[in-house]
Ligand binder design. Structure first.
Ligand SMILES: *Cc1c(COP(=O)(O)O)cnc(C)c1O
Length: 441
């Protein structure tokens, strides 16, 4: 007997939850990829978010004004290009819990990380170590290592990776213990706020405070956190943060990234920043001052004039978050991810031959809208099976399937559709059921 059939109690609960979902109408604001004439169930929004329908008109508007106004558009476009990025700051500030003067939409994530490392990794004397997560995303590791070498130092002396299996959740206590053991040798803690592989959401305020106690800075990569989990970067005294906008923020492939710099650093003229004319005070920018006069905000990290076409898409995507609010999104997200977890655990119990184990922590405080699932049965076969049925997830080495029910456009019935296909896979593709039970957690 199928446990996630259309008549199951799970399907009944999903229909109920969708009917009661205050955010349900947002789903229609997105274009979903089609498969055999049916829209896909999309669980890869942690990798590339879906396209907001309004993106097309927003781009058209800028293109039309470029054609009609040309250089005059800098000052006379409906939203003048000269200050276009400034309108996005309040929307980003809401998402990360900051003042609008502490955030800026610019560049891409890794570029912004380099800019932040130039400001916040200033090794001197014995204080020169950078603490990274085990199994941190490669781009962050490459960036950190290149700064160490740029300062003429050795990777082996300066990069410390937490000693831990990359697929196991890490306790805050273990991180703090490492920070304290490094003590005055620690220059910087740089961590992903939500780990791309395990989906673990770390305790940002506690870890940041521990870094500060030993005299180090704490910077956060929000690639998988922004638009996913609640953040209060200002109150948490975070030194810097960087993010991209194409994952949960749905702002398109290679979309404009962003950065947060705490006001105490941005307003401090002694804070070193790599300079460009767009970081100069806009009041004097076009008087072409001889030397850099940074505007006392995160805007001073901008180097170049802003990519207005990409920002136009980013703006409409951020406005959706403003209307939905992070509070409501988080509420739905906890509910939806919990529902997915419940079904997966049930499937793992009923079909032990799947060898299904959830890697992501079970507490909603320690995760966002992603469950990472290890499968003893072939991950690639499962991935292909789902994709052929219009269900999009992704696979990461060694044997992890990441499933992200992004609450802006995912329904409870999408979760049922996914789990029904997982069950079919177990019944059809894995015919030799073993009697032994594999623990699901
Ligand atoms: C997605 C992601 C990136 C991507 O970097 P780009 O510079 O935008 O290509 C970097 N770091 C982490 C942790 C990510 O998840």
């Amino acid at each position: 007997m199928a446990i996630v059939g259309p008549e199951s109690s799970y399907a009944e609960r999903a229909r109920h939850a969708d009917a009661a979902d205050a955010l349900a109408s947002f789903r229609e604001e997105f274009v979903r990829p089609m498969r055999d004439g049916t829209p896909c169930a999309y669980f890869a929004g942690n990798s590339l978010g879906l396209m907001p329908r309004r993106a097309r008109a927003a781009l058209e508007e800028v293109l039309t004004e470029w054609g009609d106004l040309a250089v005059e558009g800098h000052m006379h476009a409906h939203r003048p290009w000269y200050r276009y990025h400034e309108d996005l700051a309040p929307l980003l500030a809401e998402l990360v819990g900051a003042g609008a003067d502490e955030v800026v939409a610019m560049n891409s994530l890794t570029v912004n990380l380099h800019l932040m490392l130039a400001s916040f990794y200033r090794p001197s004397g014995r204080r020169r170590k950078i603490l990274l997560l085990p199994g941190e995303f490669p781009s962050d590791r490459y960036a950190a290592e290149s700064h160490v070498r740029w300062h003429g130092l050795e990777r082996s002396e300066c990069i410390v990776e937490l000693d831990h299996s990359p697929l196991e959740p890490i306790t805050t206590a273990a991180i703090i213990e490492t920070i304290e053991a490094l003590g005055e040798e620690l220059a910087l803690v740089h961590m992903s706020a939500v780990h791309y592989l395990t989906g673990q959401f770390f305790d940002i305020p506690t870890i940041t405070a521990a870094a500060h106690r030993v005299g180090a800075f704490a910077g956060w990569d929000l690639a998988h956190a922004i638009g996913n989990v609640p953040l209060q970067l200002h109150d948490w005294e975070v030194d810097y943060a960087v993010w991209c906008s194409y994952k949960y923020l749905n702002s398109g492939p290679g979309g404009v990234g962003g950065a947060f710099v705490h006001r105490r650093h941005a307003q401090n003229p002694a804070t070193f920043r790599l300079a460009g004319w767009w970081g100069n005070d806009p009041a004097t920018r076009f008087t072409m001052p001889q030397w850099f006069e940074p505007v006392p905000s995160a805007d001073s990290w901008q180097l170049s004039n802003a990519p207005v076409l990409a920002l136009a898409v980013h703006r409409v995507a951020l406005e959706q978050f403003h209307r939905a609010t992070m509070e409501r999104l988080r509420q739905k997200s906890i509910h939806l991810t919990g529902f997915l977890e419940e079904l997966l655990i049930e499937l793992g119990r009923t079909y032990p031959e799947l060898g299904l184990a959830i890697v992501t922590p079970p507490s909603s405080k320690e995760r966002g809208a992603q469950l990472s699932v290890r499968l003893a049965a072939s991950c690639n076969a499962m991935y292909e099976y789902l994709l052929a049925r219009g269900i999009v997830v992704d696979v990461r080495k060694p044997d992890v399937i990441r499933i992200a029910p992004a609450p802006l456009y995912t329904s409870f019935m999408d979760v049922v559709r996914l789990c029904r296909a997982v069950e079919e896979f177990a019944l059809r593709q894995l015919p030799h059921r073993k009697s032994s039970h594999v623990p699901t957690k």
